[in-house]
Ligand binder design. Structure first.
Ligand code: FES
Ligand code: FES
Length: 174
């Protein structure tokens, strides 16, 4: 029995892969099992627990992180696929002086969260969306977050926050 266990362990070690990536501006190198998904890697290996896991099969959007500028469901991506990528999670979204990002500030202002379980995924999704669509309509915002499920807010306050954030982000650019 112990032999089987040792064999299993050494086979597992043989298939492990070394990956390097940037997480919220910090360079990281780790050895990971090929089957480990990115969300578990972020949460369990790196301690970035602001990324939440709901469905774990690509439906709820709670696990959304930014990978090289795109909002990605981290439960559908393996950690090994993040090799060489630049990843931003909710822990890395605030301003460098520690103040809230304009989207976070707008969520606070409009009460865009209740339990907060969906919020990190919502904010990461909206951040990627607003960078590409700085003048969104309400319909476009609703479409952008249509893959992010919120069980609490009814979405009204989230949409209001997103519209306000879009306006404030534009003002920042001027
Ligand atoms: S946990 Fe990834 S989409 Fe639900
Ligand atoms: S605030 Fe509770 S799920 Fe969205």
């Amino acid at each position: 029995m112990a032999q089987w266990h040792n064999l299993e362990e050494s086979m597992k070690r043989m298939s492990d892969r070394k990956i390097s990536l940037t997480l919220n501006g910090r360079e990281i190198s780790e050895t990971v099992e090929p089957r480990l998904h990115l969300a578990d890697f972020l949460r369990h290996t790196l301690g970035a627990t602001g990324t939440h896991l709901g469905c774990e099969h690509g439906v709820c959007g709670a696990c959304t992180v930014n990978v090289d500028g795109e909002a990605i469901r981290s439960c559908l991506m393996f950690a090994v696929q993040a090799d060489g990528k630049n990843i931003i999670t909710i822990e890395g979204i605030s301003n460098t002086d520690g103040t809230l990002h304009p989207i976070q500030e707008a969520f606070r202002h409009h009460h865009g969260l209740q339990c907060g379980f969906c919020t990190s995924g919502m904010i990461i999704t909206l951040d990627a969306f607003l960078k590409k669509h700085p003048n969104p309509t309400e319909v476009e915002i609703r479409s952008a977050i249509s893959g992010n499920i919120c069980r609490c807010t009814g979405y009204q306050s989230i949409v209001a926050a997103a519209l306000e954030a879009a306006g404030n982000l534009k003002k920042q650019e001027v």
